[in-house]
Design a protein around this ligand. Structure first.
Ligand code: PEP
Ligand code: MG
Length: 325
């Protein structure tokens, strides 16, 4: 079994009828580089930068961040590393920042909202990323985007940081690819307005499920409501995949949902070609991809999307799962 998975590491993720799928890793720490490489990840689809922030006693400055990001970039020579800006708040806090009390933290001051308000912290992070960028193929992604106005504000802050670094005599790449996470129902509804503003989209199913179904992703009491197979979730993903294709923007999926091989087949059938997942899950997902055709995935997805009740979808998925395992 180990041997088989090791063998898979160096094989491409391609369907039996030749559709190439990209499998990247979700990482948070430098130590994840080794795990990603060992499992054959083709770069990083989601680098959660809040983890290094959380493991400190004060905000890191731009140089400390640049040093760290450089290490990550150097871990993936010639492969893209998608750096997501600070995504704290909700359930993630920083020991050195007193977050105001909130009755509904997941509906509150989190993620890009924090960054846009605490601009000195945001600018320091963007500077760190820009300084590290020459060490590899960096792209920058912004979480919890709800409207194009946020993207425009982000871009203007980016330009200011680039200008500041250039004024310091540094040569910085001013046009790194920029992407957003699609993880709010609002973003799905106006995906045609958001996509043209950026280079790529990445669907965060962990939050998209939570917000679409109003079911806390960490609350076991509502686990049944937190359902990746709810048609509202599936149709949202389909819509983003379709609009991404129509508007010429790459769409990936970086939520936990994609780490289940059967789900990956379903999502491929819905038009997704890029995934980012926790690295140990990559070999099994790749194995499933290599055993199925795009046509099979599409038939599977068509069938699932045709049902009009959650129960029917789940029963069908369950049947598939038994055949699959
Ligand atoms: C997501 O929301 O699906 C996601 C990938 O981001 P995080 O789990 O870090 O919120
Ligand atoms: Mg998220």
């Amino acid at each position: 079994k180990m041997k088989e998975l090791e063998h898979l590491r160096d094989l491409p993720a391609v369907t039996t009828d030749g559709t190439r799928i990209s499998l990247r890793a979700n990482i948070g720490l430098v130590s994840d580089i080794k795990i990603a490489t060992a499992n054959g990840a083709e770069g990083v689809g989601l680098y959660r930068t809040e983890f290094p922030y959380m493991a400190r006693t004060s905000f890191p400055n731009r140089h400390e961040q640049a040093q760290l990001y450089q290490k990550i970039l150097e871990g993936f020579p010639d492969q893209p590393v998608n750096i997501r800006t600070l995504d704290i708040g909700g359930d993630k806090g920083l020991p050195y920042f007193e977050h105001p009390h909130e009755d509904n933290p997941f509906l509150g001051w989190r993620s890009i909202r924090f960054s846009l308000d605490e601009q000195h912290i945001f600018r320091e992070q963007l500077a760190g990323i820009l300084l590290a960028a020459p060490a590899g193929c960096a792209t920058i992604m912004f979480p919890l985007i709800s409207c194009p106005d946020e993207i425009r504000r982000i871009k203007s802050i980016m330009h200011a940081v680039v200008a500041e670094l250039q004024a310091d005599g540094l040569t910085v790449c001013g046009d790194l690819p920029l992407g957003i996470m699609v993880e709010l129902p609002a973003a799905v509804q106006i995906i045609d307005l958001l996509a043209p503003e950026v280079d790529y989209l990445s669907i965060g199913t962990n939050d998209l499920i939570q917000y679409t179904l109003a079911a806390d992703r960490n609350n076991p009491k509502v686990k049944e409501y937190y359902d990746p197979y709810h048609p509202a979730v599936l149709h949202s993903i389909k819509r983003v995949a379709d609009e991404g294709r129509r508007l010429g923007r790459r769409v990936s999926i970086c939520g936990e949902m994609a780490a289940d091989p059967l789900n990956t087949l379903l999502l491929i059938g819905m038009g997704i070609r890029e995934f980012s997942l926790s690295a140990p899950g990559i070999p099994l997902v790749k194995k499933a991809i290599r055993q199925h055709s795009l046509r099979q995935c599409q038939a599977f997805a068509r069938k699932v999307l045709s049902y009009n009740s959650v129960g029917a979808i789940k029963a069908y998925i369950q049947k598939k799962r038994e055949l699959f395992e």
